[in-house]
Design a protein around this ligand. Structure first.
Ligand SMILES: C[S@@+](CC[C@H](N)C(=O)[O-])C[C@H]1O[C@@H](n2cnc3c(N)ncnc32)[C@H](O)[C@@H]1O
Length: 295
């Protein structure tokens, strides 16, 4: 396989890396190559375009080849970079946080649609994010809701530290708190909005996941127990207690889980209305919303 040769320019190195990634069957070779070259040379997209004809130094080439070997071994680009963009926010990652997925933006959208319909976007809302990981969902919501306050929970202290760092770096630290505990067990009512993307992969399917998930995302962010629904059974009744009347719970679900999760919400006396289930960009039902009725 062609290695980057001495005298290669930024443009030619990008093309070479993309063709190697493509030959290895990776999904988005051009994007990956751009991100890896940009990371190695500390250049954003504009910088890469402006300096495309710059020759790489021997040190650049050694560094790029090392990053390339990690990618070819299955390590996700986000893990190599240590960051991932979510809802337009750049989030720091650690070994203890899931890499936030674009599908999870469906949860943010479904929550914001509900708040917008009620004219609540500017209200001083109280939000909780159960299993916050990098803080992705909570921080995305706080970035859209200027008067809201939020708390993220997780059982991983290391993930909570990353979420705290992200809140501070994004200038949202004054409106975000992070608490260790199992889902909502450490929280006190009332909340206007509770969100969660809990672990939902059935245990027996973990070994069959793609290597970039199985080997790099933390197991406790993935494993949802025998049928994948353990976390929902725990957190939905908790959330139903903590929401104030008129409040909303929005959760992410795995493929094929939306009806089961809607049923768990109904059992906790949360209402499922006609727009309660929202599909992701691939058309898969991805987020489910339950409303606490006003008595
Ligand atoms: C699928 S990840 C989601 C992370 C983040 N919310 C996101 O969407 O990128 C699930 C998160 O739940 C956390 N978790 C697992 N079990 C938990 C529990 N019993 N209580 C609170 N958090 C838990 C994991 O540590 C992980 O951070």
């Amino acid at each position: 396989m062609t290695e980057i040769v001495a005298g290669a320019t930024i443009d030619s190195a990008r093309r070479m890396l993309a063709s190697r990634l493509s030959a290895a069957g990776l999904e988005s070779p051009e994007l990956d190559a751009r991100l890896l070259v940009g990371h190695a040379l500390q250049l954003d997209l504009t910088g890469l375009v402006m300096h495309g004809q710059r020759a790489l130094s021997a040190a650049d080439i050694t560094w790029l080849e090392a990053l390339m070997q990690r990618r070819l071994a299955g390590e996700p680009v986000a893990r190599i970079l240590g960051t991932k963009e979510f809802w337009g926010l750049e989030l720091q990652l650690s070994a203890d946080t899931l890499v936030p997925r674009p599908d999870t933006e469906t949860v943010v959208e479904l929550a914001l649609e509900h708040l917008a319909a009620g004219g609540d976007l500017k209200r001083p809302l109280r939000i909780a994010d159960l299993g916050t990981g990098s803080g992705a969902i909570l921080l995305a919501l706080l970035s859209e809701l200027p008067a809201a306050y939020g708390v993220g929970t997780d059982i991983s202290h290391a993930a909570l530290q990353t979420a705290r760092d992200n809140a501070r770096i994004l200038g949202l630290g004054d409106r975000a708190g992070f608490i260790a505990g199992s889902y909502a067990s450490a929280l006190s009512p009332p909340f206007d909005l509770i969100v969660s993307n809990p672990p939902y992969i059935p245990s027996r399917e973990i070994d069959d996941l793609a290597i970039d998930v199985r080997a790099y995302d933390p197991l406790r962010a993935l494993d949802g127990g025998a049928d994948g629904l353990d976390a929902y059974r725990a957190l939905i009744p908790q959330a139903a207690q903590l929401l104030q009347p008129g409040g909303t719970l929005v959760v992410e679900v795995g493929q094929g889980q939306s009806e089961d999760v809607a049923e768990l919400m109904r059992a906790a006396r949360l209402a499922i209305d006609s727009s309660a289930i929202k599909a992701d960009l691939a058309g898969i039902p991805r987020a489910v919303r339950g409303l606490k009725k006003v008595r």
